[in-house]
Design a protein around this ligand. Structure first.
Ligand SMILES: [Zn+2]
Length: 753
């Protein structure tokens, strides 16, 4: 006990607390002792508690100990212990197990004790301890509906990364086969150990594999094949024995470990003997883990099996395959090892079953990041397609740091495997294809023919988009594309609809159409038009900044912003069962503005072949056909008409129709003839061209035939001749579409066809 003189040398904070305790608990006989071996004192006192009469194992005055750190109290909070060895710890939850001979440590706080004590004083602490004792005596520490209290080991030095679900599955399989008998699994661990006999060092080992097989053969054939692997044991009792005793004492050598396991109806001795006599690598630590079946699910565990782990540091008996009874045993914390199931669980995304295969094309700044986001949520790539070697500047924006000169897909694949260490046997089977998509598809034309596949194309290459748009089958893989534009201020995610309608090119038209109302898109297209005309190298605009240039200015955080938005967008699209296509645009605001996302569902387009030239087709935005038929009915018996707004692709012979303009006011409507007026049209078309950077413009004429005829009348043919006089010289197709009853009949004329 500390003398008055000794107490005078303690810190002011401790002296204040002692004075408070003595003033408030005059009956409690508050005394101070030095805490052996630590820079701390321990306050002993008798705590008066109210208890039910039936709680015979509790005392009306419970002797308790409160440990205070000499230097760091109160920032290092007090710790509470019971001061009697016959405390009914085995039947009391919230006791931290300790080594034999030490007082039982009481777990007063679920959360951080230092956080709690920062807002409380020593009297609050004692009152908390008192109510803990009263709850313990009354059996109220846990409610019956609570999960079983786990063993909170606060003394462990070592760490085992542990695939809990896999172990549970193996034990259940064993029990099912062996009629619930107690048993053992062999396991191997990774964790190189340079000083195997130094128990002071903190060990970190990974559980790699589990073997439900006899010891001898497994050890020799499967474990210990490399010097950094070590074997270990996992033991469990009978299936029908649920142990409801809390663990209060931890073994500290092999002898106490054997007694500890016997007490839990687990027979360690024969397994340990068998292990030792077969082992080739006896200098190593031996990890042993026990699965203890509890009456109900255990807190922080996945089932009613509680796992407790130790490392044995074997001292060998000279000349024998046996270890001495006082070989050191230390407890180890079991920490969940990453698994696909855990990654899915921790990411919080619901299980998606719609796409079982994800294929990445292009693994640059965007593709690598998406692949990592997805892998970290448990969606492992099926294939990685990118022929490129990493260049130094790629590392400025790539999701991973590559060694320049190495293939981009190699390091990415390695990193994904590293995420789930233990995938040594290449269980993921990620296919690495360091080739262009042209080569991949010509080598294996069937590769994307399965509707369960999702292609994520981040190549930022229009060539790739154009190629895939033509090559992919309607019933095959779903096609999604992610790209950035406008120096990283705009991000696009496009995903085609089911059966490839709307197609990737239709979704591009949707972007142009949105530029009529979305100012940032319009600005980008207009700026881009200026660049196009001054460099005269591109006559088409397409999405996507290609990072292959080492002079492109675009910061990595902007890439991450859009990539994360696209990744989140893709995840929600994958969960939906929608048949529509989707367009998501993430906009980073200029200074002071507001960044936002536009999410836009795109219904299938209507595809109509030209009557006179079936190699040409019209692709109309959803609802435009209905709008035209509506015009037909509204104007009956008269004809009516107007113009189409859209874009013409002469290479692929497509006229995209993104909007229709009804009859101008100066048009002449009658039952057999329609003469389209011009009032306001020039201004309107000019405005559309301006807003879209000339991406959308006049693409054709339409008029109705209320009589039902699909054929061109004499008047129609005359009108076509007049239009061609203007358009043929500038090599622009003439498109005249007749609307009758419920259908469209386009006629397309070009200079050379
Ligand atoms: Zn007509």
């Amino acid at each position: 006990m500390l003398s008055v003189h000794d107490e005078a040398g303690l810190s002011l904070e401790i002296k204040d607390s002692l004075a408070l305790l003595r003033a408030n608990y005059p009956e409690a006989n508050v005394r101070c002792y030095d805490f052996m071996g630590e820079n701390a004192i321990v306050v002993a006192m008798a705590l008066a508690i109210r208890k039910p009469n039936r709680a015979v194992s509790f005392k009306k005055k419970e002797p308790v100990l409160i440990k205070l750190d000499k230097s760091n109290y109160p920032y290092d909070p007090p710790k509470a212990y019971t001061d009697r060895t016959d405390f009914p710890a085995e039947n009391t939850p919230h006791i931290n197990p300790v080594k034999e001979g030490q007082p039982f440590s009481i777990c007063l706080f679920r959360g951080d004790a230092a956080d709690w004590f920062a807002q409380h004083n020593i009297l609050d602490f004692v009152e908390r301890l008192r109510s803990w004792m009263e709850d313990a005596a009354a059996g109220n520490l846990n409610k019956p509906e609570d999960d079983f209290e786990l063993t909170r080991v606060d003394q462990d030095q070592h760490v085992v990364f542990f695939p809990q679900q896999d172990v549970i599955n193996h034990i259940r399989t064993y029990w099912a086969r062996e009629n619930g008998k107690a048993g053992m699994l062999l396991s191997n661990y990774l964790g190189k150990d340079d000083e195997p006999n130094d128990p002071k060092k903190r060990r970190v080992v990974w559980l790699l594999n589990l073997y439900d097989e006899p010891i001898g053969s497994v050890l020799k054939q499967k474990i210990l094949l490399t010097p950094d692997q070590t074997g270990g044991l996992i033991l469990f009792g009978n299936e029908d024995f649920a142990d409801d005793r809390y663990i209060t004492k931890l073994p500290h050598d092999v002898a106490t470990l054997l007694a500890w396991t016997t007490d839990r109806h687990i027979d360690l001795q024969p397994s340990l003997d068998g292990f030792l006599s077969s082992s080739l690598n006896l200098g190593q630590i031996i990890p042993v883990t026990f699965a203890i079946k509890r009456p109900r699910k255990v807190i922080n565990h996945l089932s009613e099996l509680e796992f407790i782990s130790f490392l044995i540091f074997p001292s060998l008996i000279e000349g024998e395959h046996r270890i001495v009874a006082d070989s050191v045993v230390e407890s180890a914390a079991l920490i969940q090892k990453n698994s696909i199931a855990l990654a899915k669980y921790l990411s919080g995304y619901p299980e998606t079953s719609r796409y079982s295969e994800i294929h990445y094309i292009g693994l640059g700044a965007v593709g690598s990041k998406i692949a990592l986001h997805f892998s970290r949520s448990g969606l492992i790539p099926k294939s990685l397609i990118d022929p490129d070697h990493s260049l130094p500047h790629n590392n400025i924006r790539n999701g991973i740091i590559n060694f320049p000169g190495s293939k981009k897909i190699d390091k990415l694949e390695e990193d994904i495997k590293q995420l789930f260490l233990g995938n040594f046997d290449d269980a993921f089977g990620i296919k690495k294809l360091p080739q262009t998509i042209l080569k991949v598809l010509s080598d294996n034309p069937e590769i994307f023919n399965d509707g369960k596949q999702l292609i994520i194309d981040s190549t930022a290459s229009f060539g790739v988009e154009n190629y895939l748009t033509k090559k992919l089958k309607d019933t095959g893989a779903r096609y999604a594309r992610i790209e950035l534009a406008d120096a990283g201020n705009i991000g696009f995610l496009r995903m085609e609809g089911i059966n490839r309608n709307p197609r990737m090119d239709d979704l591009m038209m949707e972007v142009y159409h949105l530029a009529l109302t979305e100012q940032p898109l319009s600005k980008w297209l207009v700026d881009n038009k200026i660049v196009r005309s001054s460099h005269s190298m591109l006559d088409e605009i397409y999405l996507g900044l290609n990072c292959s240039s080492d002079t492109l200015i675009m910061p990595d955080d902007k890439v991450s912003y859009h990539t994360a938005a696209a990744s989140i967008g893709l995840r929600s699209l994958m969960e939906e069962n929608a048949h529509e296509g989707s367009l998501q645009i993430s906009l980073l605001a200029a200074k002071g503005g507001q960044s936002n996302n536009i999410i836009h569902k795109v219904k299938p387009v209507v595809i109509v072949k030209a009557v006179n030239q079936p190699t040409w087709q019209l692709r109309l935005r959803n609802a435009l056909q209905e709008q035209l038929i509506d015009e037909l009915n509204k104007n009956k018996p008269n004809e009516t008409g107007g113009i189409f707004i859209g874009k013409i692709d002469r290479v692929n012979k497509i006229i995209y129709v993104t909007g229709i303009v009804p009859a101008p006011p100066d048009s002449k409507k009658s039952p057999y003839i329609f003469t389209r007026g011009t009032e306001g049209l020039t201004k309107l078309v000019k405005e559309i061209r301006e807003k879209t950077g000339e991406m959308l413009e006049y693409v054709g004429e339409w008029h109705t035939h209320p009589t039902g005829s699909a054929r061109l009348s004499g008047t129609d043919q005359y009108a076509i001749g007049e239009i061609r006089k203007v358009l043929d010289p500038i090599n622009y197709p003439t498109c005249v579409t007749i609307v009758n009853n419920s259908r469209l009949h386009p006629y397309i004329f070009t200079k050379y066809e």
